[in-house]
Design a protein around this ligand. Structure first.
Ligand code: EPZ
Length: 430
């Protein structure tokens, strides 16, 4: 459980941890070549540590030096091709092992991936793209059984600029001789980071960050030391907190360009946004934020992964805001919890109408996924009294030491392990 006392104005300087959504495809990327890889600024969150467990199941030897935030991964010359570990189905990132194993061993057998329950999370675009490059699938047994039937280079068109499908195809294409083009590719920050990692390892890759990515098979493809870039989503969460609490927070060591969609919106609601250089941005919260409309879209549209956090600001803004979540079909569940705190939100399908209120009241609320959890922390920061956030394990899947970082910025926030009877006692006290 996370407990937050509302009312503090947050201020200070914070450096986000390495990005979870960048680390997961890179952990698959290291499998592309035997040898010793070193990843620095490694985020110690459940999903990345689960991914390491899967790498060990495939035959890797991994040493995580927690104090240094460093992972040293020894990749063998031969990888196991089938994964039974049920950890696989607890995160979305495990699907990146499909493209990698097919590239390295020509075959892969694995369950379907998991991930936040924000929608169906199908993998049809991953399958369709890999089939276009010569992969044959047998999905009859409820598992994914895939085999490379003569790697063919060529062009792949994604019906939707799926982040995961783009990354899976980049990983698979890195070992194909000949040129692969991915059209309607995703441009999210984690795709750009993966492209930089593959380029540094020796892959000829062009156009990452645009809708058309070209990849030519490996020149010299070698294990490297690579530093995971900081998480723009964590940075964005703090900058929203600064705006909501009338605070003054500076985020450093993060690619500010990846925050552009959010920074424009924070300016629109009335925050004082000061980009100090390419990797440092300061946001000062002025009076009560103004309402604004949000429509989530593939990057460089407003990121769906910052939508829940931004709505915690809009529920206390002056005026009426419209939120449209176009990326996932079920990513508005946090509004049920925000309404328990006195927010006035009407949800209809993928849309929500928010009538801003002056004040929220602290309440007992439940996190349903990583970003919904962080949105409830933000709401607790400005609510009257105490907010208790249950199922906060979701938050720790994707943010490292978030409670400690908020506390260092002046928030009155603690987290404790509670079990059912402790919870019952808590509720009796109320
Ligand atoms: C990645 O998920 C991120 N996860 C998500 O972050 C993020 O919300 C999402 O990209 C969009 O930016 C990781 O990077 C590990 P998609 P992914 O494929 O790859 C549909 C977080 O909070 N789709 O771009 O699953 C899909 O259903 C997480 O850190 C298909 O229809 O996202 C969704 O509606 C949550 N078929 C839309 O595309 C497919 O084969 C976007 O999905 C694949 C996706």
């Amino acid at each position: 459980m996370i407990r937050v006392q509302g009312g503090a104005r947050l201020s200070g300087i914070v450096k986000p941890s390495g990005a979870k959504n960048t680390t997961l495809p890179i952990l698959a990327g290291v499998l592309l070549k035997e040898g010793e890889w070193v990843l620095n600024n490694f985020p110690l969150v459940q999903d990345t540590l689960f991914m390491i467990t899967l790498l060990e199941e495939l035959g890797c030897k991994v040493k995580v030096k927690k104090a240094k935030h460093q992972a040293v991964i020894k990749v063998p010359t031969k990888l196991n091709i089938s994964i039974e570990n049920n950890i696989f189905s607890s995160l979305r990132g495990s699907i990146f092992l499909l493209g990698t194993l097919l590239a390295r061993e020509g075959e892969a057998i694995m369950p379907y991936p998991g991930g936040c329950n924000i929608g169906q999370r199908p993998i049809d675009l991953h399958i369709k793209g890999l089939e276009a490059l010569g992969v044959k699938f047998d999905l009859a047994s409820g598992l994914i059984h895939a085999k490379v039937d003569g790697k063919v280079a060529g062009r792949v068109y994604l019906d939707y600029p799926s982040v995961g499908a783009t990354e899976n195809l980049m990983l698979f294409a890195s070992l194909i001789p000949g040129e692969v083009t991915i059209d309607n590719a995703a441009q999210e920050p984690q795709v750009v980071d993966l492209g930089n990692f593959l380029k540094a390892s020796g892959v000829n890759i062009y156009g990452v960050g645009t809708h058309s990515i070209k990849i030519k098979g490996p020149r010299r493809f070698n294990p490297i030391m690579f530093s995971i870039p900081s998480d723009p989503l964590e940075a964005g969460t703090f900058l929203i907190a600064s705006t909501m609490t009338g605070g003054d927070i500076t985020v450093k060591d993060v690619e500010v360009k990846f925050l552009n969609p959010l920074l424009y919106k924070l300016g629109e609601v009335g925050a004082d946004v000061r980009m100090q250089n390419a990797t440092t941005v300061r946001v000062i919260g002025k009076s009560r934020p103004q309402a604004a409309n949000i429509k989530t879209l593939p990057f460089p549209g407003f990121p769906t992964d910052l939508q829940p956090q931004m709505t915690s600001l809009l529920v206390i803004a002056e005026g009426v805001s419209l939120v449209v979540e176009t990326v996932f079909e079920s990513r508005l569940q946090h509004f049920r919890e925000l309404n328990k705190m006195g927010a006035q939100v009407t949800v209809e399908g993928r849309q929500a109408i928010i009538r801003g209120v002056e004040k929220l009241q602290g309440a007992e609320v439940v996190a349903t996924d990583i970003r919904a959890g962080s949105s409830l922390i933000l709401a607790g920061l400005v609510a009257e009294g105490e907010t208790k956030i249950l199922d906060d394990f979701h938050v720790h899947r994707g943010y490292e030491n978030l409670v400690e970082k908020f506390s260092n910025l002046g928030a009155k926030i603690t987290s404790q392990i509670v079990n059912k009877e402790m919870l019952a006692n808590e509720q009796e006290k109320v």
